[in-house]
Design a protein around this ligand. Structure first.
Ligand code: 13P
Length: 273
């Protein structure tokens, strides 16, 4: 099943997919074991920096082999890409889905850039996600000015033909200084205005009840990255301070184990929505 078809199914069920970023074998393994233990599907995402780190062919091969080895239904997605060439490279390598992020550009340019990607992705039958409004990136402040406007969202989806739209409704990438409060009224209005899957970026640190209400109001994909890096590196640091063991096959597993638990928790939130 393509991701576009899966979104159609989720729309009927009123459910969502968890989309987790992975960075190396160990974080990928943690995500796959969590999904497998709960028999739930997952989107595996790589950012452009992960592509630069692993190489596109390695990233795609690892994800594909991992899904098969762990018996998990899943899709491979390129997160926050800004380069046409990288998107084409990922599609050539077998990615199921790509995000073109031109959200910092004016509306018309965002439309034009995004439309060129939907045109390209059509030939691969791949899913396309874009962002309208602005979800603050690490270290940036966010304000309501950048929130997605429903009428613009409607026009954007109509003009670009995207399958999925990341909306700015009060989430941000990275850790929050105070508890985030999603604008769920705005989400509902956007949902009613557009005909595509809605995506919530900045899923780390959003309270479970807000995530569940977000799904009830139309979110079909929830992105989580920061919490994975944080729990993995925090646990690894502790392990390294506590041991002189150089057998990395014994040092990494406790960190992977914490990723499994974290992803299981996020998946249960979706299951209970
Ligand atoms: P967090 O890092 O805040 O979880 O956001 C993830 C994300 O939206 C990736 O695109």
């Amino acid at each position: 099943m393509t991701l576009q078809e899966k979104f159609g199914q989720l729309e009927k069920e009123g459910s969502a997919l968890l989309a987790t970023n992975f960075y190396n074998y160990e974080t990928l393994l943690g995500v796959l074991k969590a999904a497998s233990s709960m028999a739930m599907p997952i989107i595996l995402q790589t950012s452009p920096s992960t592509i630069n780190y692993l190489g596109v062919k390695m990233a795609a091969a690892m994800a594909r082999a991992g899904l098969e080895a762990h018996g998990v239904e899943g899709w491979l997605h390129l997160d926050h890409a800004e380069s046409y060439d990288m998107i084409r490279e990922c599609l050539d390598a077998g990615y199921d889905s790509v995000m073109i992020d031109a959200s910092e550009k004016p509306f018309d340019q965002n439309v034009e850039i995004t439309a060129s990607i939907t045109e390209l992705a059509k030939t691969y039958n791949a899913n396309v996600e874009a962002e309208l409004g602005y979800v603050a990136k690490l270290g940036q402040s966010h304000n309501k000015e950048g929130f997605t406007k429903p009428d613009e969202a409607k026009e954007f989806v109509r003009q670009t033909g995207v399958d999925a739209l990341a909306v700015a409704i009060g989430s941000a990438h990275g850790f929050y200084k105070k508890e985030p409060k999603l604008d769920l009224e705005l989400l509902k209005t956007i949902y009613e205005a557009v005909d595509c899957a809605l995506v919530l970026h900045g899923g780390s640190g959003i309270p479970a009840e807000q995530l569940r209400e977000g799904i009830r109001r139309g979110i079909r994909k929830i992105n989580v990255a920061t919490e994975i890096k944080d729990i993995f590196m925090g646990t690894l640091k502790k392990e390294l301070l506590a041991t002189d063991n150089i057998d990395l096959r014994q040092v990494f597993p406790p960190a992977t184990e914490q990723v499994i638990r974290l992803v299981q928790k996020k998946l249960s939130i979706i299951k209970e929505a």
